[in-house]
Design a protein around this ligand. Sequence first.
Ligand code: NAI
Ligand SMILES: N[C@@H](CC=O)C(=O)O
Length: 365
Amino acid sequence: MNLAAVEVVREPAIGARHAPARVALLGTGTVGSAVLSRLASWEATPFERRVRLVHVANSRHAVSERSGLAPAEASQRLALAPQHGTLEAVDAALHGDGVRVVIDATASEIVAERHAHWLAQGIHVATACKIGQGTSLSRWRAIRTASALGGAGYGDSATVGAGLPLLRSLRELREGGDRIHAIAGVLSGSLAWLFNHYDGMRPFSALVRQARDAGYTEPDPRDDLSGEDVRRKLLILARTAGVELEADDVAVSSLVPQALAILSKEALDGALPALDAPLRERFATAYKHGEKLRFIARLQDGRARVGLESLPSDHPLAGGAGTDNRVAIWSDRYPDQPLVIQGPGAGAQVTAAGLLDDVLRLSAR
Ligand SMILES: NC(=O)C1=CN([C@@H]2O[C@H](COP(=O)(O)OP(=O)(O)OC[C@H]3O[C@@H](n4cnc5c(N)ncnc54)[C@H](O)[C@@H]3O)[C@@H](O)[C@H]2O)C=CC1
Ligand SMILES: N[C@@H](CC=O)C(=O)O
């Protein structure tokens, strides 16, 4: 064995000087369940001492326990809880001193609207939901103002790239004095997965069902296919880069035919084959030219757009596999060759890890 190559692994320097952060988890679906599993996997490790889960809720039930809920038992406790969840119950569960964090693993407008309220009270927020920062500019500004007012942090790593170091890199570039010139890339894990697998033979609709069942899509897959989820991510990236766009400033080209757009969520599944013919045609045209279909977001000179593009196979944004996001950033120090960040951009485990990384960072502030 080459001893020089052996890395010395030290126990992480955590836990000793901090009381556990009291945490409320909202949402126990695809992402929220993975948060509970990751917390349960911390049992008997130093990480366990950093976080005390005191409240868990979904849209039907809520359970609170000041002394802490065992993450491995939380889902069962929740299912048996008579209490209907209210957002006031979160405030009550987190009442008092010490580090407090709300984890938002919902796709809920009313929860997102509450982020600023928690921040203003000094409660940190770690969110996978993009509605807080990726919709209206006024809400984005309210979150910044409340965060400053309450001295609380906003953990948003999971909102773009499911925890990839994208927002962090943009912030570090700006903190180092760089201006961001442009951003371009694949920001949707589910659409990346779909176009990495679509070969024009299998119906596109069958792949959409597979991506949904794997937990890559939004609760309503039309939020991905319409480009709305990517619009939100591009808005978050743009605002973080210092370009304060309104939602309408992003030109979005949707993949959802009108016949699908008007359906209820319950009626959607049976109607998904409406996607097949138009996408087969676009695939055939791209294939004839030796190109690949990729759903791309672009920001340059204050202009932003999102949509399906046909790219040469060797184009830098055509690479990647699985749910990979692949994002190029041009800035003062990277004027020609961009900084490129690539990795899985959807999925319960990576997203849960991104959320809990934020919780640990926020609770160590
Ligand atoms: N699935 C993924 O790969 C990623 C998802 N996200 C985001 O994570 C969020 C959650 O996504 P999923 O877990 O896939 O959704 P999901 O539909 O599986 O779960 C949503 C959960 O939120 C709960 N909920 C709804 N309203 C609530 C309320 N008012 N109070 C408490 N709980 C409430 C629901 O009961 C459910 O448990 C979404 O905002 C999504 O955009 C972000 C990055 C990646
Ligand atoms: N539905 C989203 C999940 C992560 O944000 C995606 O496909 O990227």
